[in-house]
Design a protein around this ligand. Structure first.
Ligand code: FDP
Length: 327
């Protein structure tokens, strides 16, 4: 017997209808879905085409090889452009803000088309993360750098696993899986589990002695209570936390033996990494803070590629470390 599941498109149409919303968001989501499918299939065959390597290489036909993250960026910009709905985009792959439809666009899209670069050469999971904010339709526009609390949606595709997670403001975090007809199906509401038995901790353990002493102490006191997992791609690591609970963290690096390698501001990007997962986490019942214990969603970005430290996951764990960070 074939089992049929609700499609993402159907889910979203009903959602928009129920909340009396416009069709513009549907067109934007269609562009993001098309981008993700295109990137996913490019990625699956990337090793074959020699596209998982470094830019500047030349392939056997003597053609320039583009890096996979540059290809992913171009794919996403193409679909965002033809959607006609985007005022401008901020991409990890472009230093400058990218104007798209500054006249009549409606949304700002902040994205990282291929996050988790250390996995790329191996064809292992990477993420396409995005946050969406809406233009001020009532008054003058103000510079377009929105704090996470002002996003209307945020999501991630874990490429090439065929999973897609989308959080809609005040309407929950939902996970979808791709089927053999390339449809994302089966909306499943994600709620961080309260039972701590399956909780996981996720951080780059090689960095632990470079963290602030109080963070090191917290790890010392808590690490034995939980399983430890680290893929090295935020989308994949956070995907697990959303299912199992626990905490992903990328703390500030302040005690590196080579001081030039310290990252007091943190490593991850606020607008298209930290705020994206923080938004999904809030809609799933969790929370996220930076190195000062400030909620990630409250941070007003000053520039598009701003970095931050990140602690994200189950509320009791994040609140516990926030207390230490504030102390
Ligand atoms: P990467 O630098 O490999 O692109 O974007 C930042 C990010 O990946 C995250 O996806 C990931 O969680 C983290 O950095 C991995 O950093 P480390 O290699 O320092 O652990």
């Amino acid at each position: 017997m074939i089992r049929f599941e609700q499609t993402f498109t159907n889910f979203l149409l009903h959602h928009q209808e129920k909340h009396n919303r416009t069709y513009h968001f549907l067109i934007l989501m269609d562009a993001l879905i098309s981008s993700a499918k295109h990137i996913e299939h490019y990625y699956l065959t990337g090793a074959l085409k020699g596209n998982l390597g470094l830019a500047g290489n030349v392939n056997v036909q003597g053609e320039d090889v583009l890096r996979m993250d540059q290809i992913a960026h171009e794919i996403a910009i193409h679909y965002l452009r033809v959607s006609g709905r985007v005022v401008h985009a901020i991409s990890e792959e472009s230093e400058k803000i990218i104007p798209i439809n500054t006249e009549s666009g409606r949304y700002f899209v902040y994205f990282d088309p291929l996050d988790g670069s250390s996995n790329v050469a191996h064809g292992l999971p990477v993420g396409f993360l995005f946050g969406i904010a809406k233009r001020n339709l009532e008054g003058p526009e103000d510079g377009h750098l929105r704090a996470g609390k002002d996003y209307i949606a945020a999501g991630m595709f874990v490429i090439p696993t065929g999973t897609f997670t989308l959080a809609l403001k005040d309407a929950g975090t939902w996970r979808f899986h791709i089927d053999e007809t390339m449809e994302f199906l089966k909306p499943t509401r994600m709620v961080l589990p309260e039972d701590s038995r399956d909780w996981e901790l996720s951080f780059n353990v090689a960095n632990r002695y470079t963290y602030a002493e109080k963070v090191q102490d917290w790890i010392e006191q808590n690490e034995r209570k939980y399983a430890f997992r680290y893929l090295g791609a935020l989308a994949g690591d956070f995907h697990r936390i959303l299912s199992n609970g626990g905490m992903f963290m990328y703390p500030a690096i302040v005690n590196h033996p080579d001081p030039k390698k310290n990252r007091a501001q943190g490593k991850l990007r606020l607008m298209y990494e930290a705020a994206v997962v923080a938004f999904m986490c809030r809609e799933a019942g969790g929370t996220a803070v930076d190195e000062t214990g400030t909620p990630i969603l409250d941070i007003q970005p000053k520039e598009p590629h701003q970095r931050t430290a990140l602690y994200v996951g189950s509320r009791p764990l994040v609140n516990d470390i926030a207390r230490v960070l504030l102390g």
